[in-house]
Design a protein around this ligand. Structure first.
Ligand SMILES: [Zn+2]
Length: 414
């Protein structure tokens, strides 16, 4: 058996520490997409690629690609995203990018030509933290980005997305040209932190990810009657705030009963003063489930619960969709390979569904894709406290490297 060049977890962690030193502040990682910290992160990546003689190139959507030429095409792509939320953690998507880099480096330094071209990708603006549109670069690659739907998005300073993209050399009207690369790739693998508490709680160091849960995000409104808080008897009220509170609790029940997750992330009451019964209430409800029919069931039940809460309180209910994405399963064969790599390399036999969205979900629409998760300490991410014990991180990186090498050698030639 020939020994393949192996990923070096210690070097990946050292690169991540260097990235954190260059782009982190006491409050956390500052790599907001399209900004200075993010560009600094990319220049570090370019330097590291340069050390092995590779040049990174941006595509029409601002995704960064670098390839180590192999025996044949199409390539195996590995990556994630360097961008972070403001005051973010040191790992998040950077873990997957630096792991991808190290596998290219391992093959390059061994002077070995991989059986298939190995391509690193750093997706642009995964977080959507500045303009509210997540998965920008990967959705352009998958062809699902609608430039007109994002053109007028503005950041907190009032700057338009299209202008900020132009500053970064990206023409929004041409962004979908990023999809032209699809045919050059055979499969995609991504390492990411779990961003939840499951692996840590189960004492596992890595897991295969079978797909991303679907999301239904809806805005519910209740219309009652604003009236005086002192003079309106309790049985004469049409309290929209209480209808909203009822709905929030019922949404929780629905999620528990259906084995999904549901969150009421915002409730606004009007007029919102101590001396008035709220006549209007608005809630933002986020429902998630890995199975489409059960997600649809949760949405249906949430609608019925809103009607019931409204009628009990003498209010009217209405709702509108805010955003949705269907559940996206990853490739069965690659998920099985990821599971085996995690078992053999990290001693962890577990397959999880991701409740968070990832670039791999967009990529999976057009290419066979799979992910590996490392645990997240305390389940915390998108925060400066985000961390993973180094031994766990190393185990997950090693599992990812083993998976990539296996796929590299076993993917059928095409
Ligand atoms: Zn991420």
């Amino acid at each position: 058996v020939t020994v393949l060049p192996a990923i070096d977890p210690g070097r990946v962690i050292a690169d991540l520490r260097e990235l954190d030193r260059r782009t982190g502040e006491p409050g956390g990682a500052q790599r907001l997409c399209w900004g200075d910290g993010w560009r600094e992160a990319r220049s570090l990546l370019a330097e590291l690629l340069g050390e092995i003689g590779l040049t990174a190139k941006s595509d029409a959507a601002g995704n960064l690609w670098a390839s180590l030429e192999g025996e044949r095409e199409p390539a195996l792509a590995l990556g994630s995203h360097l961008d972070s939320v403001p005051d973010g953690g040191w790992l998040d998507g950077a873990l997957g990018v630096m792991a991808a880099l190290d596998l290219l480096r391992a093959w390059s330094e061994a002077g070995a030509r991989p059986p298939r071209t190995l391509t690193l990708v750093d997706w642009a603006d995964e977080e959507g933290a500045r303009f509210g549109r997540s998965l920008f670069g990967s959705s352009a690659f998958a062809g699902t980005l609608d430039p007109d739907a994002v053109r007028d998005l503005r950041d907190r300073e009032g700057r338009q997305l299209a202008d900020v993209l132009a500053d970064n050399g990206v023409d929004l009207d041409l962004a979908l040209e990023a999809a032209s690369r699809q045919g050059r790739l055979a499969a995609y693998l991504e390492l990411h932190i779990e961003q939840g508490p499951v692996l840590e709680a189960e004492g596992l160091r890595a897991a295969a990810v079978s797909g991303c849960a679907g999301v239904e995000r809806r805005r519910f409104r209740f219309e009652g009657q604003t009236s005086h808080a002192g003079t309106t008897p309790m049985d004469r009220r049409r309290d929209a705030g209480l209808a909203a509170a009822e709905l929030a609790l019922r949404v929780e029940e629905i999620a528990r009963r259906r084995d999904g997750v549901a969150t009421v992330g915002a409730i606004a009451l009007r007029p919102g003063i101590a001396t008035a019964v709220p006549g209007q209430a608005e809630l933002l409800v986020d429902l998630r489930h890995p199975e489409a029919d059960r997600l649809a069931g949760m949405l249906h039940e949430a609608g019925a619960a809103a009607e019931a809460a409204a009628s009990e309180r003498g209010c009217d209910a209405e709702s509108e969709p805010v955003w949705r994405i269907e559940p996206i399963p990853f490739d069965h064969g690659l998920v099985a390979a990821a599971r085996e790599a995690c078992r053999e390399t990290a001693g962890s036999d577990r397959v999880l569904v991701s409740g968070a969205l990832h670039d791999a979900a967009e990529v999976a629409r057009v290419l066979p894709a799979a992910m590996v998760f490392s645990p997240s300490a305390g389940g915390i991410s998108h925060a400066q406290q985000e961390d993973t014990p180094e031994a766990d991180l190393a185990a997950a990186i090693a599992a990812f490297g083993a998976l990539a090498n296996r796929v590299l050698t076993e993917l059928p030639p095409s």
